[in-house]
Every structure is written in C-alpha cells, then in structure tokens.
Design a protein around this ligand. Structure first.
Ligand SMILES: NC(=O)c1ccc[n+]([C@@H]2O[C@H](COP(=O)([O-])OP(=O)(O)OC[C@H]3O[C@@H](n4cnc5c(N)ncnc54)[C@H](OP(=O)(O)O)[C@@H]3O)[C@@H](O)[C@H]2O)c1
Length: 177
C-alpha cells in the first residue's frame, strides 16, 4: 500500500519533508500547501509537487502571480492518509480542527505545544509510544539531538540529570538574524 502524504506548510521543514516523502518507495506526495505565491510556491511547482492554497481568499494572488494551483488545502487533507503540518509555530494547533474534520491523522512539528497532541515523538527515544496515535508531534531539533544521545545512555547506565550546551546555527537561510 502506498501512503498518500500531504504537507501543509512548505518552508524550511516542509520542503525537506516533501523531498523525503518523494524518496520513499512506500509513500506518495499528494501535494503541499502554502498561503503566499512566493519563490517557495514556484519551487513546489518546479519540483512537480501539486500546490494547494492554504487560505481560499488568497487564491487570486496565486493566479495573479501566474502560479498554478491544484486546489484548496481542504481537498488535499481530505484525500490524504496523513498530513505533515510544517507551518510556523502555533499554526499547527489552529490547523488541528481541519485535520480532525477529515479524520486525517496529523504529524506536527516541535514548535507546537505538547498538549495539542496525543504523543511527542522521537524515533530513538519512544518509537512504540506513537503507534496508533492520530495526532503526533515530532519534538524540536534540540530535543531530537538530545534524545538520540541520552536515550542509549539512559538504557545502559541510567541518567539522573543532564547539563547540556547546545552549539547550533543562528538561523535558517531566509532569516536575517
Ligand atoms: N527550521 C528548523 O530548523 C526547525 C527545526 C525543528 C522544528 N522546527 C519547527 O517546524 C515548524 C516549521 O518551521 P520552519 O522553520 O519550516 O518555518 P518556515 O520556514 O517559516 O516555514 C513555514 C511555512 O509555512 C507556510 N505557512 C504559513 N502559514 C501557513 C498556513 N496557515 N497554512 C499553510 N502554510 C502556512 C509559510 O509560507 P506561506 O506564509 O507563504 O504560506 C512557510 O513556507 C515550526 O513549528 C518550527 O518550530 C523548525
């Protein structure tokens, strides 16, 4: 069975999720959704990814920019087996009712609060805990790194406390500071 995946939010994370889904033999990318007809929207079309309008009132902006749409996000979510929400922090929580309305399971990002989902997930830390859950949050990049490091240490030695210094980039390419 091929899992039909929708990606809502085609930015730093969404672009990579869409490419990763496309590379999987057992998944198909149904489409991606955005609010603005900017360069990322053009990139989605260039990559052959069906592009959906996240906000119906903005459809004419895409038309004016000459960027072809495949439809509205509502149709994308309805047709999908699962939606990966890669919208900015807090928007995922707002989108939850859309996914529930179509009974489409959803995967949110670490920018969302833990209490909007059934389980917060890291493959190395708690893979089995997410089995069967309809609303799952991938923990943040920082927590993902820590979980990969600390889970095996916890399993072998036990961890009482971790004092951690994170060394990471200052921002994503589109951010100025
Ligand atoms: N970047 C990282 O390294 C990183 C790491 C771990 C977790 N995260 C988390 O991942 C999530 C996404 O972060 P990001 O860095 O990918 O953000 P981003 O680069 O700003 O991308 C978000 C995308 O969502 C679109 N969008 C905004 N409102 C939308 C809506 N209502 N419906 C559909 N699309 C919408 C934006 O484009 P339009 O406004 O044009 O629609 C944009 O393309 C956040 O929760 C963040 O905390 C990010």
């Amino acid at each position: 069975m091929t899992i039909q995946v929708a990606v809502n939010g085609y930015g730093t994370i969404g672009k990579r999720v869409a490419d990763a889904v496309t590379a999987q033999p057992d998944m198909a990318l149904l489409g991606v959704a955005k609010t603005s007809p900017n360069h990322e929207a053009a990139l989605a079309v260039e990559n052959g990814y069906p592009l959906y309008a996240a906000v119906p009132e903005r459809i004419e902006l895409f038309e004016a920019a000459g960027i072809d749409l495949a439809g509205e996000v509502d149709e994308l979510v309805a047709a999908a087996d699962i939606v990966v929400d890669a919208c900015p922090s807090g928007i995922g929580a707002e989108n939850r009712s859309l996914y529930e309305a179509h009974d489409t399971p959803a995967l949110y990002q670490g920018g969302e609060d833990a209490d909007i989902v059934d389980v917060s997930f890291n493959a190395r830390g708690n893979y089995a805990a997410a089995t069967g859950a309809d609303h799952v949050r991938v923990v943040s990049c920082n927590t993902t790194g820590l979980a990969r490091l600390l889970a095996p240490l916890e399993e072998i030695y036990g961890v009482e406390k971790a004092r951690v210094t994170l060394v990471r980039r200052g921002g994503d390419p589109a951010q100025s500071g």
